[in-house]
Design a protein around this ligand. Sequence first.
Ligand code: NAD
Length: 430
Amino acid sequence: MNVCVIGTGYVGLVTGTVFADLGNEVICVDKVRKKIDMLKAGKMPIYEPGLREMVRRNVEDGRLTFSTSISKGIRKAKVIFIAVGTPPKANGESDLTAVEAVARDIALHLGDYKIIVNKSTVPVGTGYFVRNVIEKYRKNDVEFDVVSNPEFLKEGSAIADCLYPDRIVIGVPNHHVAMALLELYAPLERPMLITDVESAELIKYASNAFLATKISFINFIANICEKAGADVTLVAKGMGYDSRIGKDFLQAGLGYGGSCFPKDTLSLLCTAKKFREDASLLEAVIDLNEDRVPRFARQITSQLKPVAKKVVGVLGLAFKPNTDDLRDAKSLDLIKELKKKKALVKVYDPVAMNNARKILKNVEFCKNAYEVARGADALVVVTEWNEFKLLNLDKLRQSMRGSLFFDGRNIYSKEKMERAGFQYVCIGKG
Ligand code: NAD
C-alpha cells in the first residue's frame, strides 16, 4: 500500500519505518528541512534503539523515502497519517495548530480519494474538526474519510511496540475505510478494535490517564509508607500479584514525565471541564504527580543543609531510560529546584546529553557517572538507566566528597548502599 506519514518525529518516523518494513511504500514528510536532510544522509534525528538499522534497510530497498513536500507526499498515497505534535497550551488544552496546518495542506493538494488518519493524540471531536478544515480548504470536490488510529508506542521500545502492539484501535466513519486499515495492519496479526471515531480518540486519553493514575496512586502509598515505616516496593509487589491489579506501573518514584502523560492528563481534564463533568479524580492524580519533585527536593535540601555551593551530581536526564527525550523530564524540574538553592550541579545521561546541552545552563556536563561523583556532596538518580544499576559503588563512593545518595527511582538495595558507605535515601521506605 502507498502510505504517507506527515510529521517525522518519535511517532511518525517509527511508524512510517515499520510500515515500510512490512512491505508498504512509505514517504515520511516533515516541515523541518534539517530533519529530512539528516534522514536522507542516513542520520537519525532522534535516539530509538534499532531505528537506524531499520531505516537504512528500508531506504536501501527503496520502500522508505523522506521529503519536506506534503504535495509530493500525498500524491501517490492511499492512506495519509497525521503524526504531528499536539503540545499543551498554557490552559492545558491540546494545541491543535500543527494538526490544523497539516489538514489545510492536505486539503490544498487533494486530487483523488484519500483516507486521512489521525495518529496524533487529539481530543475527542478532532476527527470532526479535521474533516471540517479539509472541506473548507479543498480545491477539488473529491471524497475523503477521516479516521482515528491512536498510537500507543513507548519511547525506548517504540519499534517493538509498533510491531507487537497490545491492540490496534481504528475509529472509522464507515465500513469501507475500516477494511483498508485492517488490510494495512493485518500482517502484524495483533488484536484490532474497530470503533467509531470519538471512542477511538477517547481510548487513547483514557488509557494514558489510567496509567498515570496507577503511578500517582503508588506514589500516594509511598508517602504513607515513609511515615508508617513500611516499604512501598513490598506493598506494590503484594498488590501486583492480584491479577485484577497487575504489577505494571506500580513503581514509586519521581512521578510520570515525558511528552505524553502530563499533557494527556491535562487535556482530558480540559475535556471533562468542557463537558461540565467533575474531574476531581484526575485533578488529584495531576496534583500528586506535580508534588513528586518538590517533595524529593525538600528531602535533599534538608539533608544537605545548607545547599548553597554544595555539589550535587544528577544521574540520568531523559524522562525515562532508552530515550534521548527531555520533554517534561523530571530531571529538569529537579535541577531547577537545586539551582534555585544555589547548588552546583553536575549531570550525566547515557544518550540525552546533546539535547540537554541545548536546554541546561550553568551545569557541568560529565562523561560518565564516575565523573559526576568526583567531588560531589550528594548523588541523585533521576532516570533508571540500566548502566546505573551496575555501577562500581566503592569507586563511586570513594570519589565523592560527601556520602549522600538519593535514589529517585528505587533501583538500589538499602543494605548494599549502606555497606558501600552511602547515606542512602530512597522513595517510600520508612
Ligand atoms: P514529535 O515532536 O517528535 O514529532 C512531531 C513532528 O511533526 C516534528 O518532527 C515536527 O517538525 C513535525 N511537524 C509539525 N508540524 C508539521 C507540519 N505542519 N508539517 C509537517 N510536519 C510537521 O512528536 P511525537 O512525540 O512524535 O508525537 C506526535 C504525536 O503522537 C503527539 O500527538 C503525541 O501525543 C502522540 N504520541 C506520542 C508518543 C510518544 O511516545 N512520543 C506516543 C504515542 C502518541
